[in-house]
Structures are given as C-alpha cells and as structure tokens.
Design a binder for this molecule. Structure first.
Ligand SMILES: [Zn+2]
Length: 174
C-alpha cells in the first residue's frame, strides 16, 4: 500500500431537501460500508432520501473516474415503522438499520427468483415468490408486534418482553 492510492471509496447520503451529506473518503470499500452502515442506524432521526457508495479513480479526469457501487433508498420499515429501512435497488436487497430490528428482504442466493425475507429478533424467515409478497409478510410481523403491544399495553421500547410474547404467539400459531 506504501503511498499507492489509486482508488477511493466515498459513502454519502442525500437529504429530502436535496442536500448531500459527505461521510468521508476511504481507501477500502469495507471501511466505506462500515461508516455508511453506522450512519444509517440513525436515519430515523434525520430526513434522508437516499445513500450511495461510489468509487473514484484517482487522477482520472471527468466522469470516467467515478463508478457507482450501490444506491439505496430509504423507506419506512414494514416491521418497526421507523424510517430506517434501506433498499438497494440494483442488487435487490433491503435491510432495516434501526436498533433491535434488522428486518430484511433479499433474493435467494440458492434459488434465483425466490425472495427471502426475515426478522432476526424472533428468527422469523420466509421464502416468497416476489417482492410484494415478501413485504406483505414483513407487514404481518409488524402487525403482530403492534397487536401484542396493544393488548399488553406496553411501551414499544420494552422490547424484550414484547419479543417473548411474540415468540409465544408465533409458535402457538404453527
Ligand atoms: Zn425496522
């Protein structure tokens, strides 16, 4: 690596009003992603529209020097409802970066065309035929959590109790 820096990886986020937030520039793609992921955990406290990681070749003039590695759009999470659900539009995948959530949707690596989705806190995972169905499944999980929260009349942040009850409900339904 001694002084030879040919490419830099640049994560950034775009606010609803079009302002771009620079997050730094990094010598490795891994670090760039780490920085971006950490930042996106707090996206429910900001009004972000999209985020991206681009790679710039050093000493190249103009657009030939830049390659977009990934662009993501921010949506409300189907499970926790926070504005922390990031969808990667090119390589279809989505993940909630919110604390204690991590709801996800991804095309199966084993069976192309199959869309997997899941919610790790209760080890929920399901295979679906398309993206709409995957979202519908996650919305169902979100509805169940809300139902549990209502009947128990608990605050949303009492999440461990909540998850226990959800577990019991989910298993009694099978
Ligand atoms: Zn979520």
């Amino acid at each position: 690596m001694a002084g030879e820096l040919n490419r830099v990886y640049v994560p950034s986020a775009l606010e609803e009003d079009g302002r771009s937030l620079a997050l730094g520039c990094f010598s490795s793609e891994e670090t760039a992603w780490q920085v971006l992921r950490t930042f996106l955990k707090k996206s429910d406290q900001m009004s972000l529209k999209s985020a991206s990681v681009v790679v710039w070749d050093v000493d190249v003039v103009g657009e030939d020097g830049v390659t977009i590695l990934s662009t993501m759009e921010c949506k409300d999470c189907p499970v926790c409802g926070r504005h922390t659900f990031w969808m990667d539009l090119e390589n279809f995948s989505a993940l909630c970066h919110g604390d204690a959530c991590a709801a996800w949707v991804e095309e199966s690596t084993i069976e192309p065309g199959v869309i997997d989705c899941g919610w790790p806190p209760v080890r929920f995972m399901k295979q679906t035929k398309d993206i709409e169905e995957a979202f519908a499944e996650l919305f169902k999980v979100g509805d169940q959590i809300n139902a549990v929260a209502r009947t128990a009349n608990m605050q949303k942040d009492e999440s461990s109790k909540l998850l226990d009850e959800f577990d019991q409900r989910a298993s009694s339904q099978d």
